[in-house]
Design a protein around this ligand. Structure first.
Ligand SMILES: [Zn+2]
Length: 489
């Protein structure tokens, strides 16, 4: 592919001390600080750099943000020197050794195939599958069924992810759970929740991240994650989300006869009031299909591409001409930068094939995916690759393909995201991917009835604060830490 600069022989004598100074600062101040920091660097960097032909000439030089021209010396930008790729180990993020991953069963798919796709070792795959089949007893899982995994990456075997647990929940009252035991074997357990549902709502204002606002209003982390994911196909969080906006989530809690809440709340529906529009998501399970979220017109919210390839991020640099933060002169920025903490999982924006995975000059550790004959995506500056990500590997939408880092020519942890049409980078945020499945016939009629009920309940269900708080240990354990989103969006 011609989009990428050839490997450059840029200086490798990066002042490590400065790096070490900067990295903890970035980590500590988090997302907002990162944005301010990046701005500061841009302003500090530009005056010292000497004008170049690109700045004065009428024609614009298309320069993918990596490759530095040989004319500039490292003295021009000391203090935020780029890091040679071989120093990857320095930035290895310990915080991200465990992460949650939800994959959906595709047509003709099996659990074993799904686990093989993400490079789970064969022995583990077999055991997990056996344990699960023992629970399912010949029952078939629906196409599109969500398989929730908790994965651990071991430092010494980064390419052999370890599955800590696998959970399938075809109905709210029934969960099939396979967990890894201390001896490395897997055991299955069917959990049934003999309880009555209670519908509650959380109505809140955005203060900080959407997720935190919901959680402090009493919604479980997992439900907020689902809400954010469902919205993410439609909402540009960076541009449209503002403090003070209202949102409501409708939750189904499970309550035992003696009033104990055994499940803190499954998301049934949600509503987010933006400046100019209100976005509503409604959970529904069509006949023979898997549950997913729809808009009130009965159209599936799932699109062929994610709007942003990360759950928690904010845009720090847009597509187009800009002052280059390191080079100091005006150049074409061929992608969008998302600021996110070191180690944040990066998701495949769509299903496809890995074309390139590994160090790529100024892009640092880089992944390129091919989705269709025309469309591809690229992801730069990773701290490391996701499990199983190598050229030729098939990826699913939402699969973890790597982790946020600052390799290559980068001023701090962020993802440089590119979108290609016919090999040329285009603005990822300007792409529209309508094509959605819509409900019809019996499913649509049933959906409309359910949707009417939910829309009324979004306004009238008792507020979660007026009901006993969920304190069950089982419930807490059910929603394993989702630290990626908790870091703010
Ligand atoms: Zn960039």
């Amino acid at each position: 592919m011609t989009d990428f600069p050839p490997p450059s022989d840029r200086p490798k004598a990066a002042p490590l001390a400065a790096l070490r100074l900067f990295r903890p600062v970035f980590l500590a101040v988090g997302a907002i600080g990162l944005a301010i920091g990046a701005l500061l660097l841009i302003h500090l960097g530009s005056p010292t750099a000497s004008p170049t032909p690109a700045q004065t000439a009428e024609t614009t030089v298309v320069l993918p943000d990596p490759d530095p021209p040989p004319a500039l010396t490292s003295a021009d930008f000391q203090g935020f020197q780029m890091k040679p790729p071989d120093q990857q180990a320095v930035s290895e993020p310990p915080a991200s050794d465990r992460y949650e991953l939800t994959l959906r069963l595709e047509r003709g798919d099996t659990i074993e195939k799904m686990l093989a796709d993400i490079d789970v070792p064969e022995a583990d795959r077999k055991q997990i599958n056996e344990a699960l089949q023992g629970l399912l007893k010949k029952r078939q899982l629906a196409v599109g069924e969500a398989i929730a995994l908790v994965i651990q990456t071991l430092a010494d075997q980064p390419d052999a992810p370890r599955v800590l647990s696998l959970s399938v929940r075809p109905q709210p009252e029934r969960e099939f759970l396979v967990t890894r035991k201390d001896d490395g074997s897997y055991s299955g357990e069917e959990k049934s929740y003999k309880v009555t549902p209670r519908i509650v709502r959380v109505e809140a204002e955005i203060a900080g991240s959407l997720q935190q606002s919901g959680v402090s209003g009493g919604a479980p982390v997992a439900a907020m994650n689902e809400f954010i994911k469902a919205l993410s196909y439609d909402v540009d969080f960076q541009r449209e989300l503002k403090a003070g906006q209202h949102f409501t989530v409708l939750l189904e809690q499970l309550v035992t006869s003696d009033g104990k809440v055994t499940h803190p709340g499954r998301l049934l529906a949600g509503e987010l009031r933006l400046l100019k529009r209100t976005v509503t998501v409604i959970r529904f399970r069509p006949q023979g299909g898997a549950e997913q979220f729809y808009n009130p017109q009965g159209e599936s919210l799932i699109r062929s591409f994610l709007r942003t390839p990360m759950d928690a991020s904010h845009i720090t640099s847009r597509f187009g001409m800009r002052e280059h933060p390191i080079l100091g002169f005006s150049a074409m920025h061929t992608g969008v930068d998302f600021g996110a903490p070191m180690g944040t999982p990066i998701l495949a924006a769509g299903a496809g094939k890995v074309l390139m995975a590994g160090p790529n000059a100024g892009y640092g550790i880089f992944v390129k995916l091919q989705h269709t004959a025309q469309i591809g995506t690229g992801y730069g500056h990773m701290s490391r690759l996701g499990p199983g990500i190598k050229p030729g590997a098939v990826v699913r939408q939402g699969q973890v393909i790597g982790f946020v880092g600052s390799t290559g020519m980068s001023t701090g942890p962020h993802l440089h995201y590119e979108f290609y049409r016919d090999g040329h980078p285009v603005n990822p945020l300007a792409q529209k991917f309508a094509l959605r499945a819509a409900l019809s016939g019996k499913d649509l009629a049933q959906f409309q009835a359910q949707s009417r009920t939910y829309l009324v309940q979004l306004k009238s269900a008792p507020h979660v604060a007026d009901t006993p708080a969920p304190v069950s240990k089982a419930a807490v354990a059910k929603a394993p830490a989702a630290p990626q989103l908790a870091r703010g969006d």
